[in-house]
Design a protein. Sequence first.
Length: 143
Amino acid sequence: MSTTLAKKETVSRKWYILDAAGKSLGHTAAKAATLLRGKHKPTYTPNVDCGDFVIIINADKAVLTGKKLEQKYYRRHSGWVGGLKEVQYKKLMAERPELAMQLAVKGMMAKNNLDRLAMKRLRIFKGDVHKHQAQKPEVWTQE
């Protein structure tokens, strides 16, 4: 039996919409990571960038379960002594929910060059209005 491997030139990309309203931040990010990598396609090949474009709407309405809003922190470091900055997820979800969703999706992607290419195909919007109607995106309904 032969194995079919995808080539970069033959990859066709679709646009999908994920609605995060009332859904867990992690579950939405996991679905987005799967679509960005192309693992939902029968022609998935690990060394070829064969994923689709993903639009996440209502990022501000995504929920964090448990006590994550109070106990989870987004930390970054400037590289200088005493340069650690941390923001509680309660504040991050109120002010910049797009960043929280982007960090969750990036954390679920493979750590390689394909990850960087795939993250460029991710679009995240705070509300339910997006500017990609011309691409005729489909709503992703499979769980």
